[in-house]
Ligand binder design. Structure first.
Ligand SMILES: NC(=O)C1=CN([C@@H]2O[C@H](COP(=O)(O)OP(=O)(O)OC[C@H]3O[C@@H](n4cnc5c(N)ncnc54)[C@H](O)[C@@H]3O)[C@@H](O)[C@H]2O)C=CC1
Ligand SMILES: C[N+](C)(C)CC(=O)CC(=O)[O-]
Length: 496
């Protein structure tokens, strides 16, 4: 798979900082140029939020982080980069000058994407020597979580550039959509601006305040849009008669006086004050980074839910997340199973904020998650990886029993050890201990039974020889260990 080897970000504000986080967390060394005197602090804060979000987003093995280097000039930043992302303020002269400067200094084959929200690429590539490699890669805030980039070519952009850009975005978990033609504001911002324009009128005309307007979106069509967009949603809204019926019924409304259409509200000082004070009343209790974190938690939750949709195949951004995780698993170094007569260490994790419940400590199902993730880690040790699963073999969990013995608090580091109990490999029976890392305090135990299955035949079968060859030495090495205290317990059994 074609990939970005080294990235450069020119401009590190809201968008450039988040592009850098996306690259670095995908393992790509990234150079940053931004003359802002506090660029390092600001980008550091964006990185911290991005890392927090990724810890919630996925248990798949992220590669070691790329190195983030702050550079003093554009020339220094683009040196050796094969993807350069321009994210300077939305002023055409500034952007054109910066892009022309990048073009002069960069490897002629390096791709140059602009984050512009609406300027046509033809305008931006006007003075370049190698304009064929320049395009718009319009992302959505926060770039490290929202996976879309609209890819728009200008008159001089080559088709191959857009295809290469799309291919290079996939391994960093992004979906590049190539627009057929260039147009100001592309697709997303044309839609967003239309809605925003209407929103401003509704506030100005005192139909509602900012909070009510946001409620209307987030309790209704905002949730629909997140998973099906506009046309798929309206197909369903047409009932059994579908899209044609929907258009016949609601199409004529478009010419009723329902909207202000293209009239743009005059953003007087009075209106700006009104919107700003309503917004303060709505959200002023939260700090900026705090609101970002809440937004990220919500986005992660939506994406994770979408990952399980459509019978587990995933849907929309959730399907993309699933594909990204598959890519991460495929590219993770293959762990080696080392047989020894000691329990195997399988998991290092931290109690994440989203794991903490109303009791102020790690919630019940996260204990189970620690054991389930440890079981997955054991399977990878014996060669049950994505290729093995794709070939139609796997282990399914058929029974487990978790004992919660002590609390785990926010941010505490945890680890799991596992003992393999006697079995033939078709049955994989384990006993695990979850510990707090700081003082090796035992927090929980889990007993787990998995069956090896042929997913094609839908029945339990012995594992393939290659897997058994790795598993058997582990079973043999643990055969001499005493049966762990608590193994075979039933629910409610008295201690001792
Ligand atoms: N904020 C948003 O929601 C979105 C913004 N965009 C686009 O991303 C671009 C950047 O926007 P934001 O990040 O929001 O702006 P911002 O104001 O947060 O960041 C711009 C950064 O560029 C830096 N800068 C200024 N001149 C520079 C130069 N000559 N060389 C290098 N850096 C320079 C500034 O110091 C600042 O840190 C714009 O084109 C915008 O349209 C795209 C999608 C969403
Ligand atoms: C407001 N904006 C035009 C800069 C927004 C975008 O370009 C995309 C987004 O993230 O909403």
């Amino acid at each position: 798979m074609t990939k970005i080897n080294k990235a450069a970000c020119i401009g590190g504000g809201v968008i450039g900082g988040a592009w850098a986080a996306r690259f670095v967390l995908a393992g790509i060394d990234t150079n940053m140029f931004d003359p802002h005197p506090e660029a390092q602090r600001i980008i550091g804060e964006v990185m911290a939020n991005a890392e927090r979000a990724y810890a919630m987003l996925t248990m798949a093995p992220l590669p070691p982080k790329g190195k983030l280097t702050f550079c003093k000039t554009i020339e220094e930043a683009v040196d050796g980069a094969d993807w350069i992302q321009e994210s300077v303020p939305e002023r055409i002269e500034l952007k054109r000058n910066v892009i022309t400067q990048i073009d002069a200094a960069a490897d002629p084959k390096a791709l140059i994407g602009s984050s512009t929200s609406g300027i046509m690429p033809t305008e931006l590539q006007r003075d370049m020597k190698h304009p064929e490699r320049m395009f718009v890669a319009h992302p959505y805030n926060p770039v490290y979580l929202l996976p879309l980039a609209e890819l728009v070519g200008g008159e001089k952009t080559s088709k191959a550039t857009l295809e290469e850009a799309k291919a290079k975005l996939a391994p960093i978990g992004m979906k590049g959509v190539i627009l057929k033609k260039e147009i100001e504001a592309f697709v997303g911002d044309r839609l967003l601006e239309a809605v925003w324009r209407e929103g401003l009128w509704l506030i100005k005309d005192d139909i509602c305040d900012t909070e009510t307007l946001d409620d209307v979106i987030r309790y209704s069509f905002g949730m629909r849009w997140a998973q099906m967009g506009m046309f798929e949603t309206y197909r369903i809204a047409g009932g059994e008669a579908g899209m044609r019926h929907f258009i016949a019924q609601f199409g004529p409304c478009l010419s009723w006086p329902w909207t202000k259409l293209m009239d743009v509200v005059d953003l007087t000082d009075e209106l700006v004050d009104k919107i700003a004070s309503q917004s303060d009343a709505q959200s002023g209790a939260y700090g900026f980074r705090e609101l970002e974190r809440i937004r990220d938690e919500n986005l992660v939750g939506i994406m994770q839910t979408l990952k399980g949709s459509n019978g587990g195949q995933g849907w929309g951004a959730g399907k993309l997340l699933s594909e990204f995780e598959e890519h991460l698993w495929k590219n993770a170094p293959k762990p080696e199973a080392k047989a020894s007569n000691e329990p195997i260490k399988l998991l290092d994790a931290k109690v994440h904020p989203s794991w903490v419940d109303y009791n102020g400590h790690m919630t019940e199902h996260r204990y189970s998650q620690c054991f389930a993730d440890s079981a997955d880690a054991l399977l990878r040790l014996i060669g049950v990886d994505m290729d093995y699963v794709a070939e139609g073999h796997s282990y399914y969990t058929v029974e487990n029993h978790v004992r919660m013995l002590d609390e785990a608090k926010l941010g505490e580091a945890l680890y799991v050890k596992a003992q393999i109990l006697p079995g033939d490999g078709k049955k994989l029976h384990t006993f695990m201990w979850l510990y707090r890392a700081s003082d090796d305090m035992l927090l929980a135990t889990g007993e787990h039974l998995m069956l090896h299955v042929s997913s094609k035949e839908g029945k339990s079968v012995p594992p393939l020889a290659a897997v058994l060859a790795k598993l058997q030495p582990l079973i043999d090495a643990h055969a001499g260990l005493a049966l762990p205290e608590g193994a075979g317990r039933h629910v409610g059994q008295k201690k001792g």
